[in-house]
Design a protein around this ligand. Structure first.
Ligand SMILES: Nc1nc2c(c(=O)[nH]1)N[C@H]1C(S)=C(S)[C@@H](COP(=O)(O)OP(=O)(O)OC[C@H]3O[C@@H](n4cnc5c(=O)[nH]c(N)nc54)[C@H](O)[C@@H]3O)O[C@H]1N2
Ligand SMILES: Nc1nc2c(c(=O)[nH]1)N[C@H]1C(S)=C(S)[C@@H](COP(=O)(O)OP(=O)(O)OC[C@H]3O[C@@H](n4cnc5c(=O)[nH]c(N)nc54)[C@H](O)[C@@H]3O)O[C@H]1N2
Ligand code: SF4
Ligand SMILES: [Mo]
Length: 739
C-alpha cells in the first residue's frame, strides 16, 4: 500500500520507539558525575564571548554570546553590527532558551509501520538519509525531479541548492506570499524597485510617520524599533491606522480606528486631498512621474466624505492627517507595512501606499525611503544546475502575471499536489517552516500531505508539520551551527556571520551538513565540493578579500557608507517600463488590472460574528519561541482581545475563557479573554503562534488559541498570488462551567 494513502497524523510522543542509537537519558551515575564536575569547575570569571548572528527572527542581528565556564549565560547585541547597534530585542535576548528547550528533537525519526500501527523510530543519520535518498530517486525516475518541492524559511540556503541540483525549481517560502509579497510587487510596479528586508525605511530621520496596520513596538524588528523610538524622541508626528489601539498608537498624535478592510478608501482619500489642494511635491512629481494626469482623473471621486462613510473615520480627521503628512514632505514616511496579506487586493493597496509616498516625494529622500547597498561577496562557483524543460509550477500555471521570479507560491504547490496539475508533486522537503501555522486552510495542507510519497521535515522541535512527516531531521539550533553569510541590503554595507557558540547537546546536525550528506547519497556530491561550512564560507570571503578567521573574531565587518538619498547626489533609476515613477500603470492595464488602485468592498462579518485579526507580540516569534525559558515566563499564552462593550454583552470579563468558532465550524481551544477598549467592536484579535496542536511540544501544546486553525478562508491576490487572510469570521463560544 502506498504510504500516501495510509498517512495519518502521527504524534511524536514519549511512546516513540528507540531504535539503533539510544540517545535518551544518561544514566544517573553519568549525570551525577557530570554534575559534580561542573560544580567543581565552575569559575564565574571564566567568561568566553563569541560573536554570532541571532536567528530568533529574520532581521539577523549581530550578537555576542557569553559563555560562563562553557555554559550559555547570556546573549547581547554586537556593538559593531549596524542592525543591532549593540542591542538585541527581547526575543533575541531570550534566544538562549532555544538551546535548553525541553521540546527539542534529539535524533532523526522515521515513521514505520509496526504491527499495523504507525510509529516513530529513532534512527541514525545514515539510515534517515538513505531512506530519503532512496525515495527521492524513485520520485525522480517516476515523475521527474520537479515533483520534489522545497518549502523553507531559514537563513540557510543549502536545501535550496540541493533541490536545484536535484533538478527541481519548485522552491517556495510561506514568508513571501503569506507575508510581504504583495508589498514588494506594489512598490515594484510603481518605483521599479521593492522594499525588501530589512525595510529601506529611513524612520530615524522621518518627521512624520504613518503606520497602516504596521505595529512597530509589537513587531519587534530591531533597528526599525530603535529608529522608531529615536524618531519619537525627536518629536516626529505619528499617525496610526489600526482597528486596534496598538503600542504604536499610544505614541501617536493621530489615531485612526479604521473599519477593517477599508484602508484603500482612506489612502485614496488622502491622495485626493493632497492632489486637489496641490500639497504634493510638484517638482519631484513633474521630474520623475509618469501618467500623472491620467492618475488625477482616476482619483477624482475619492473624496474624504466618500471615504469617511466607508472607513468610519471622521472626514475632518482624514483631511487633517493628509495635511499633517504633507506638511513634513519629503521627510514623511508612509510605512509600507510588512505582513500585508489581508484582503486579497493587497498588491493594489501597497501600490496605493507607494503612490502616496510618490506624491510626498519621499522615495529616495531623507526621512523617507533610502537607497540601500549590499556588501558584494561573490557566490560560490558551483557546477551549473541541470537544465530542465519543465517549468516550475507557477510558470506552468501562468495564473499570476506579476509573480516574483524565484519566489514560488506555496499555495500553488499545495494545489498541484492535490490535483496533480500541471504535473504531480510527490515529495515535500520542509525546512524551518511550520506549514500548518503559516499557510491558510490547514485542511488543504493536510489533504495535500496525504497525497505525498515523501514528506521530510527539518526542524528543531516536533512541530505541528513534523507530526505529518515520514522523516523528521533534528537541526542544530542557531547557537550551535554555521550558516550562510548575511549581507542583506541596508544603510551601510556589512557582512555578518553565524558561528557555533556551543555544541549540539544530542544528535542534531546543521543544515549545511544534512544537505551535503544527502547530496552525496543522491549522487550529487559534486555540487557540494567543499569539505565543511568553514571551507565554504572562507572560499567566499577570500574572493572578497576577507577571511573567515577575521569574521569569526569580529562577527561583522562593515564596508562603505554609500550615499543614501537624492540629496546626497544619487540620481534615481526607476526600473519601470517608462523609466519613471508610474502613477498610471500600463503594465497593469495590459494585464486587465486597474492602472490606478480602486477601492473594492470586502465581505462583512455575518450576524453574531467578528472579523478575526492577528499579529505579533513583542516577546515571541510566531510559534517558535513559546518554549524558550524567559520568553515563556514573559508571555505563556495568548489572549483574545474583545471590545469591553461586546464582552459585557456576553457577560464576559478579562480572565474568563472562551472558545472561538469560525464560519467553517472550526473551534479553538479555550483562550483567555482580554476585555478592552483598545479594539473596535467588529473584530477580535489574537497573537499568532499559540494553541499548537503537536502533543510532543510539551511546553506549548494547546496553550492559548491558534489563529492559524481559524484561517480557513483566504483570498488570492490576482496580481501576484498573495493570500489575503483577514477574511475569516468567528463567533464567541462561552465555556460551559460544570461547577
Ligand atoms: N494565520 C497566520 N498565518 C500566518 C501569519 C499569521 O500571522 N497568521 N504570518 C505570516 C507571516 S508574516 C510569515 S513570515 C509566515 C511565517 O511562517 P513560518 O516561517 O512557517 O514560521 P513559524 O510558524 O515560526 O515556523 C518556523 C518553524 O521553524 C522551526 N525552527 C525554529 N528554529 C529552527 C532552526 O534553527 N532550524 C530549523 N530547521 N527549524 C527551526 C520552528 O520550530 C517552526 O516549526 O507565516 C505567515 N502565516
Ligand atoms: N515580536 C515580533 N516581531 C516580529 C515578528 C514576530 O513574530 N514577533 N515577525 C516579523 C514578521 S515576519 C512580520 S511580517 C512582521 C509583521 O508585523 P506587521 O506588518 O507590523 O503586522 P502584523 O503583525 O501582521 O500586525 C497586524 C496589525 O495590523 C492590524 N490590522 C489588522 N487588520 C487591519 C486592517 O484591515 N487595517 C489596518 N489598518 N490594520 C489592520 C492589527 O490590529 C495589527 O496591529 O513582524 C515582524 N516582527
Ligand atoms: S530583531 Fe530580535 S529576534 Fe530578530 S534577529 Fe534581531 S534580536 Fe534577533
Ligand atoms: Mo512575515
Amino acid at each position: 500500500m502506498a504510504l500516501s494513502s495510509r498517512r495519518k497524523f502521527l504524534k511524536i510522543s514519549t511512546g516513540t520507539i528507540t531504535g539503533i542509537v539510544a540517545t535518551s537519558a544518561l544514566s544517573p551515575v553519568v549525570t551525577g558525575c557530570k554534575f559534580i564536575e561542573e560544580k567543581t569547575k565552575r569559575n564565574v570569571k571564566d567568561i568566553k564571548k563569541t560573536p554570532t548572528m541571532c536567528d530568533v527572527c529574520f532581521w539577523k542581528c549581530g550578537a555576542i554570546a557569553h559563555l560562563d565556564n562553557g555554559k550559555l549565560w547570556k546573549i547581547e547585541g554586537n556593538p559593531n553590527d549596524p542592525l543591532s547597534n549593540g542591542r538585541l530585542c527581547p526575543r533575541g535576548t531570550g534566544g538562549i532558551g532555544v538551546n535548553s528547550s525541553k521540546d527539542r528533537l534529539t535524533s532523526p525519526l522515521i515513521r514505520k509501520n509496526v504491527n499495523g500501527k504507525d510509529q516513530w523510530i529513532e534512527v541514525t543519520w545514515g539510515e534517515a538519509l538513505d531512506y530519503i535518498a532512496e525515495k527521492m530517486k524513485i520520485i525522480k525516475s517516476k515523475y521527474g525531479p520537479e515533483s520534489m518541492a522545497l518549502f523553507s524559511h531559514g537563513s540557510s540556503k543549502f536545501f535550496d541548492h540541493l533541490i536545484n541540483a536535484y533538478g527541481s525549481r519548485n522552491t517556495c517560502a510561506p514568508a513571501y506570499a503569506q507575508c510581504r509579497g504583495p508589498r514588494e510587487i506594489g512598490f515594484q510596479l510603481t518605483f521599479g524597485d521593492s522594499i525588501n528586508s530589512p525595510e529601506r525605511t529611513d524612520i530615524e530621520n522621518a518627521k512624520c510617520i504613518t503606520l497602516i496596520g504596521s505595529h512597530l513596538g509589537e513587531n519587534m524588528h530591531n533597528s526599525q524599533v530603535q529608529e522608531f523610538s529615536k524618531a519619537i524622541e525627536k518629536g516626529a508626528s505619528i499617525i496610526v491606522v489600526d482597528p486596534r489601539f496598538s503600542v504604536a498608537a499610544s505614541k501617536a498624535k493621530y489615531y485612526l480606528p479604521i473599519k477593517p478592510g477599508t484602508d484603500m478608501a482612506l489612502i485614496l482619500a488622502w491622495i485626493n486631498v493632497i492632489v486637489k489642494e496641490k500639497l504634493y511635491d510638484v517638482e519631484y512629481v513633474e521630474k520623475y512621474g509618469y501618467g500623472f494626469d491620467e492618475f488625477v482623473v482616476e482619483i477624482e471621486d475619492n473624496t474624504p466624505e466618500w471615504a469617511s462613510t466607508i472607513t468610519e473615520i471622521d472626514t475632518q480627521l482624514i483631511v487633517d492627517t493628509a495635511h499633517e503628512m504633507a506638511r513634513y514632505k519629503p521627510a514623511t514616511l508612509v510605512h509600507p507595512g510588512r505582513h500585508v496579506t489581508w484582503y486579497g487586493d493587497d498588491t493594489q493597496r501597497s501600490r496605493a501606499i507607494a503612490l502616496l509616498n510618490a506624491l510626498l516625494g519621499s522615495w529616495g529622500r531623507k526621512g523617507g525611503f533610502y537607497f540601500p547597498s549590499v556588501y558584494e561577496i561573490p557566490k560560490y562557483k558551483y557546477k551549473p544546475y541541470p537544465s530542465s524543460e519543465t517549468p516550475n509550477i507557477d510558470e506552468a500555471n501562468k495564473t499570476y502575471p506579476f509573480l516574483t521570479p524565484g519566489m514560488g507560491l506555496s499555495t500553488d504547490i499545495r494545489k498541484a499536489t492535490i490535483t496533480e496539475k500541471p504535473y504531480p508533486v510527490k515529495g515535500w522537503f520542509v525546512y524551518a517552516t511550520n506549514l500548518l501555522g503559516s499557510l491558510p486552510n490547514q485542511e488543504e495542507t493536510i489533504k495535500a500531505i496525504k497525497k505525498l510519497d515523501l514528506l521530510v521535515v527539518v526542524d528543531i522541535v516536533p512541530s505541528e508539520i513534523a507530526e505529518w512527516a515520514d522523516v523528521v531531521l533534528p537541526e542544530s539550533t542557531y547557537l550551535e551551527r554555521y550558516d550562510e553569510l548575511n549581507t542583506d541590503p541596508f544603510k551601510i554595507n556589512y557582512v555578518s556571520l553565524r558561528q557555533p557558540v556551543v555544541e549540539s547537546p544530542n544528535n542534531q546536525k546543521p543544515s549545511w551538513w544534512i544537505a551535503k550528506k544527502l547530496a552525496e547519497k543522491l549522487d550529487l556530491g559534486e555540487y557540494f565540493p567543499w569539505k565543511d561550512c568553514e571551507e565554504y564560507l572562507d572560499t567566499r570571503l577570500k574572493a572578497a578579500g576577507l577571511s573567515l578567521a577575521e569574521l569569526k573574531e569580529k562577527g561583522v565587518i562593515t564596508g562603505k557608507q554609500n550615499p543614501l538619498y537624492i540629496e546626497e547626489g544619487i540620481e534615481p533609476k526607476f526600473k519601470t517600463p517608462s523609466g519613471k515613477i508610474e502613477f498610471y500603470s500600463l503594465q497593469l492595464k495590459e494585464k486587465g488590472f486597474d492602472p490606478v488602485p480602486k477601492y473594492t468592498p470586502t465581505e462583512e462579518p455575518p450576524d453574531g460574528h467578528f472579523r478575526l485579526l492577528f499579529g505579533r507580540a513583542p516577546v515571541h516569534t510566531f510559534g517558535k519561541t513559546q518554549s524558550y525559558g524567559y520568553l515563556k515566563e514573559l508571555m505563556p499564552e495568548n489572549e483574545v482581545w474583545i471590545n469591553s462593550n461586546v464582552a459585557n454583552n456576553f457577560g464576559l470579563k478579562s480572565g474568563d475563557r472562551v472558545k472561538l468558532k469560525n464560519t467553517e465550524g472550526i473551534v479553538t481551544d479555550p483562550v483567555l479573554v482580554k476585555a478592552t477598549e483598545r479594539i473596535r467592536t467588529d473584530c477580535v484579535y489574537l497573537v499568532h503562534g499559540f494553541g499548537q496542536q503537536s502533543k510532543a511540544l510539551k511546553s506549548t501544546y494547546k496553550i492559548g488559541a491558534s489563529d492559524a486553525q481559524l484561517t480557513s478562508k483566504y483570498k488570492m491576490d490576482p496580481i501576484m498570488g498573495g493570500t489575503g487572510m483577514n477574511i475569516n469570521f468567528v463567533s464567541i463560544e462561552k465555556e460551559e462551567y460544570n461547577g
